[in-house]
Design a protein around this ligand. Structure first.
Ligand SMILES: [Zn+2]
Ligand SMILES: [Zn+2]
Length: 347
C-alpha cells in the first residue's frame, strides 16, 4: 500500500467520526431517556407508556431518515454526459478558452443534451476531473470526488453529498430530529427542574428517589436536547426557505447562469410546485423517508418568465446576448419540449 493510498484510507475513516459522534450521543440519550427517566424515575404507568410510545415512534422516523441520507447512493450524470477519453484530452489540450467553448458546444449538440445553464465565462459547464459535461444544477464534490446531480452541499454530519437523491431525506432528517429534540426537552423539563430543586434543597434530595448518576443523565439530556434543537432549527428553516425558492445552497450564493444571464429564480415554479418537486403530491408519502422527489435529476422545469425570455432570445438573433456561441433556437425548443414532457414522468 502506497503512502498516498494509506493516507486516503485514513481520511476515509476520519470522515465517519461526525456520524459516529451522532450515533454515540443518540445511544447515550436513549439510555438517559428510556432507562433513567421513563423506567427508573417516572412512577405513573400510563404516562410512562405514552412517553415511551411517542419517543420510539419519533426515534424510528429520525433514524430512518438519517440512515437514508447517509447511505443513499449518489446520483451522478447519466452516461451521455461523459465525453470519453479522446474528446476529454482534446478539451484539456485546447489552447484558448474559445477553442474549448466551441468543442464543448459541438459535443453537447451532437448528443442533444438538455442544457440551459452555463459556466460564468459563458461556456458549457464541464468537469475536467470526471470528464463530463455537467447537467443543470450538478456540481463536482471535492470530498466525494465526483459530479453529483442537483448538488446542494457536502454534509460532514452525514458524510454524504446532499443532492438530488437524498435531499428529501436530509430535510426529513432535520425535521424529525427537531421534533424529537423538542419532545425530549419538553418531557424531561420537569425532571430537570426537580434536579435543580434537589440541589438547592437538601431535604428534598434525601426524599427523592433519583440517584446522583440519574440526576446527571437527566440534567445533560435536557441540555443536549436544547442545544441540538437550536442548531438543527436554524439549518432546517434555512432549507425550508431554499425549497420555497427552489434554490440549492450553491445557487443561493451564486445564481445559476442561463443563456440570458444569471437568474436567481430561474428554477422557481411557485411555492407549492417548488415543495412538490422535492416531496411529491401526497402528504403521507412526503413525511415518510421514501423517494418521492420529482424528475430525473437532469431535466428541470424552469420559471415561465425565464423560459419565455429564452425563447424570445432564440427568435431574435440580433438581440444582445451574453453567450454568442451558445444554444441555437432548435436546442431551446428541444429543451422546452423535454422539460414540459418531463413533468408527466414525475412522481
Ligand atoms: Zn466532476
Ligand atoms: Zn460530497
Amino acid at each position: 500500500m502506497t503512502i498516498r493510498s494509506s493516507s486516503k484510507c485514513c481520511y476515509d475513516i476520519l470522515k465517519w467520526i461526525p456520524v459516529i459522534f451522532i450515533v454515540g450521543v443518540l445511544g447515550w440519550s436513549y439510555y438517559a431517556y428510556v432507562v433513567q427517566m421513563c423506567i427508573l424515575t417516572i412512577d405513573n404507568v400510563p404516562k410512562k407508556v405514552i412517553y415511551l410510545c411517542i419517543y420510539h415512534s419519533l426515534l424510528i422516523l429520525f433514524l430512518w431518515s438519517y440512515y437514508r441520507t447517509v447511505f443513499e447512493p449518489l446520483r451522478g450524470p447519466t452516461r451521455e454526459f461523459y465525453i470519453g477519453e479522446v474528446a476529454g484530452e482534446h478539451i484539456s489540450a485546447a489552447q484558448t478558452v474559445n477553442e474549448r467553448r466551441t468543442a464543448l458546444v459541438r459535443l453537447s449538440r451532437e448528443t442533444n443534451l438538455p442544457l440551459l445553464t452555463r459556466h460564468i465565462d459563458g461556456s458549457i459547464r464541464y468537469c475536467f476531473i470526471c470528464r463530463c459535461i455537467k447537467p443543470d444544477r450538478a456540481h463536482h464534490c471535492s470530498v466525494c470526488e465526483k459530479c453529483v446531480l442537483r448538488y446542494d452541499h457536502h454534509c460532514p454530519w452525514t458524510n454524504s453529498c446532499i443532492s438530488y437523491g437524498n435531499y428529501k431525506y436530509f430535510i426529513l432528517f432535520l425535521a424529525w430530529a427537531l421534533i424529537f429534540c423538542i419532545f425530549v426537552a419538553g418531557t424531561s423539563f420537569e425532571y430537570f427542574i426537580l434536579f435543580w430543586q434537589n440541589v438547592t434543597n437538601m431535604e428534598q434530595t434525601q426524599n427523592h428517589s433519583m440517584s446522583s448518576s440519574g440526576k446527571f443523565h437527566l440534567l445533560f439530556l435536557f441540555f443536549v436536547a436544547i442545544v441540538f434543537a437550536i442548531s438543527i432549527s436554524s439549518l432546517f428553516f434555512y432549507h425550508l426557505f431554499l425549497i420555497g425558492k427552489n434554490r440549492t445552497t450553491v445557487e443561493s450564493y451564486r445564481a445559476p447562469i442561463f443563456t440570458n444571464g444569471p437568474q436567481k429564480d430561474g428554477f422557481d415554479l411557485g411555492f407549492k410546485q417548488n415543495f412538490q418537486e422535492i416531496f411529491g403530491n401526497s402528504f403521507m408519502k412526503a413525511i415518510a423517508p421514501i423517494f418521492t422527489t420529482r424528475g430525473d435529476g437532469v431535466n428541470y422545469p424552469i420559471n415561465t418568465m425565464i423560459l419565455e425570455d429564452l425563447e424570445q432570445q432564440s427568435r431574435n438573433p440580433n438581440r444582445d446576448i451574453i453567450l454568442p456561441l451558445d444554444t441555437p433556437s432548435s436546442s431551446i425548443n428541444n429543451d422546452r419540449n423535454h422539460l414540459l414532457s418531463g413533468n408527466t414522468n414525475n412522481q
